[in-house]
Design a protein around this ligand. Sequence first.
Ligand SMILES: [Zn+2]
Ligand SMILES: [Zn+2]
Length: 284
Amino acid sequence: MRLRLLPSSFPGSSPAGPAAGVPAAGVPESGAPAPRFAAQPLTSFVVEGAGAGPLAVDAGSLGLVGEPADMGRIAGLVLTHAHIDHVASLPMWVEALLSLDRAPVRVHASAGAIEALRAHLFSGPLFPDFESLRELDGRPLMELVPFPEGAPFELAGFQVTAFPVVHPVPTHGLLVDDGEVAVLFGADSGPCDALWQVAARAPRLRAVVLEASFPERMQAIADGSGHLTPATLAAELEQVPEGVRVLLAHLKPAYRGEIIAELSRRVGDAVEFLEPGAWVDLGQ
Ligand SMILES: [Zn+2]
Ligand SMILES: [Zn+2]
């Protein structure tokens, strides 16, 4: 199995040229690991496994990366939740697949996230209701498919198990298992016991993907908005099963350097920063 975080910032394409005096990667002088790109405002992952995938998890930048034919290689899409940094490019991805005659494009999400997408995104003012619109032969353009909670379902050749995590809107962590290797996506969440209960029951688990959204001076905001800081992440790490890698994404761009410096002090090399676009090999 392998996975990657898709890019959502594009160096060299600054809209008004590079800002003066800003360090290229925004990395502090603490010797902390330096991700290649500073800003990753949107979240989407792609997973490939033994005879399975590619499966996309979230669509923050899924519809921005590559040509329509590349986007059409995605065999399934599942969403953790409907916050805009996770669905910003969803309409563009659906349109790309429609251009390849792939109607209906299926998007798997929780019932709660589907309700939000129907009410606020595919409802007219922001984008058309693609569930109601039809191809000339009658096929709907898109289907929003609710996934079950707690029981595995099949998607793109993987067994996927969704479970609620700690975030202000309906949000689900996802265990993605190809039968040989499994990876656990923690989604956006504050400290979450359910995540570690799932991890403890997943013998093939090789990696967990976690977030660190805010620096520790903003602990109250992180707690109130269902996110982690390096301090609460460090406490969560005590529950990681032996031998399971911790991969990190979802560092708010404005605080990235600060978060990385705090993580360096708190947890050292116990976490790995996902480098946008780079595959991480989780073995077989
Ligand atoms: Zn969120
Ligand atoms: Zn988010």
